[in-house]
Every structure is written in structure tokens, then in C-alpha cells.
Ligand binder design. Structure first.
Ligand code: ATP
Ligand code: MG
Length: 204
């Protein structure tokens, strides 16, 4: 009998900055699907793209490390931060599959990201290489998500998990705006992330 495969969640995002919404999604899905670990993968900075809102990849990577350091089941990968050129999820999953043998991967997104999935590179191959997990997110209607999941399942002949998680109406966009407006962001993100933002004068 072959040994049981490990199960790793992969959570991609810009994490600009990482907040409690991301952490609760990762922890609840880890628990519900019995995952051994969740690997957070901050995106790199796309070359030649003028995006003033997108903080340097190094800062976003370090904030993700600070936010996850106390959870032994969370890991952060710098694979996309270090990669030259545009990073695609399919390439990251392929790299993880060759690095971690005998492991099943569960790619975790929020409901808003699922609605964009049809625009991703090589969706069909991606759904063959990992299982896809959608977490509920406040502001994104469940019925719309369920319809989209049905469409995708039919088109790609693959199951997509739809997992209900505690609703936290937090977004990085809102946090950036609050900092610009000098409003409080306390209790929306881990304190060390807040200290990092203050120390490096981010989002002002
Ligand atoms: P931004 O406002 O800059 O887009 P964000 O809060 O959406 O930031 P991202 O880094 O874009 O954060 O998201 C990474 C992943 O986490 C996405 O799949 C997104 O859907 C999910 N996510 C983010 N916040 C939440 C939340 N509060 N509840 C559920 N899922 C979330
Ligand atoms: Mg987003």
C-alpha cells in the first residue's frame, strides 16, 4: 500500500497588505479539508506595469511572513516574488508538484477570484494539476458563485469545492484607503504587519 499523500493548500494573492480575512480563510479551509499546510504565495511585481498601488514585492512578502510566523501550519513561498516576468498560477503549481512529491495541492481563492478564473492561463490543465477551492466572501452573492462553479465544472469536467468561512468584510483596498485617510486599521490586520507598514511609511 502506498503511503498516504500529503495535502497542501496554496493561497495566492497580492497581499497588499495581508489581513485577517486572508488568515481566517486559510485557517478554516485548512481545518475543514484537513490540509497539512497552507502555503501563501505573494505575487511578484509585473515588469513594465505601471501600478502605483502595488507595493514592492519584497515588502508584501515580508508582511506575509510576519502575519503567518506564529502558525506552524502556514508557510510562505517567495517563488513568484523571485521569478522574472509575469507569474502564472499554473507555473507555481507545477514547481510545487516537482518540489513536494506525493502531495495533493488545493488552490484556495475567495469568491471574487473564482469569477475571474475563466481568464487565467491554461485553466483546464490547472484544474488537472490541483483541486480548486472557493471560500465565501462578503459582498459576493452565493447563488452567483454556485452558478459559476456549475458552469466551470461542466466546462472542465472537474469538481470545485465551495467552502463557507466566517464572513470578514475586510479588503486590502479598504485598508490602504484607511491608511491614506489616517483612519484606524487596528484589528483588521496582525499588529506586526501594522508596525511594518508604519515603519516603512507604506500606503501614505
Ligand atoms: P485588494 O482589495 O487589493 O484586491 P484583497 O483583500 O482582495 O485585496 P487579495 O490579495 O487580492 O486581497 O486576495 C487574495 C485572495 O484572498 C483572493 O483569492 C481573495 O478572493 C481572497 N480574499 C481576500 N480577502 C478575503 C475575505 N475577506 N474573505 C474571503 N476571501 C478573501
Ligand atoms: Mg483582491
Amino acid at each position: 500500500m502506498s503511503p498516504q499523500k500529503k495535502k497542501y493548500g496554496v493561497m495566492g494573492g497580492t497581499f497588499n497588505p495581508i489581513h485577517l480575512g486572508h488568515l481566517v480563510v486559510a485557517e478554516e479551509i485548512r481545518h475543514k479539508l484537513n490540509l497539512d499546510k497552507v502555503i501563501f504565495v505573494p505575487t511578484g511585481n509585473p515588469p513594465h506595469k505601471d501600478n502605483k498601488e502595488l507595493t514592492d514585492a519584497k515588502d508584501r512578502y515580508l508582511m506575509t511572513l510576519l502575519a503567518t510566523v506564529t502558525n506552524p501550519n502556514f508557510k510562505v513561498s517567495s517563488i513568484e516574488v523571485e521569478r522574472e516576468g509575469i507569474s502564472y498560477t499554473i507555473d507555481t503549481i507545477k514547481a510545487f508538484r516537482s518540489k513536494y512529491k506525493d502531495t495533493e495541492f488545493y488552490f484556495i481563492t475567495g469568491a471574487d477570484a473564482l469569477l475571474e478564473l475563466h481568464t487565467w492561463k491554461n485553466v483546464s490543465e490547472l484544474l488537472n494539476l490541483c483541486k480548486f477551492v472557493t471560500a465565501t466572501r462578503p459582498g459576493f452573492e452565493l447563488s452567483k458563485i454556485e452558478t459559476e462553479i456549475k458552469n466551470l465544472e461542466k466546462r472542465y469536467n472537474r469538481n470545485i469545492y465551495n467552502i463557507s468561512v466566517s464572513a470578514l468584510q475586510i479588503s486590502s483596498t479598504d485598508i490602504r484607503q484607511r491608511i491614506k485617510d489616517e483612519r484606524s486599521v487596528k484589528y483588521l490586520l496582525p499588529d506586526p504587519v501594522k508596525y511594518y507598514i508604519d515603519k516603512n511609511c507604506l500606503y501614505r
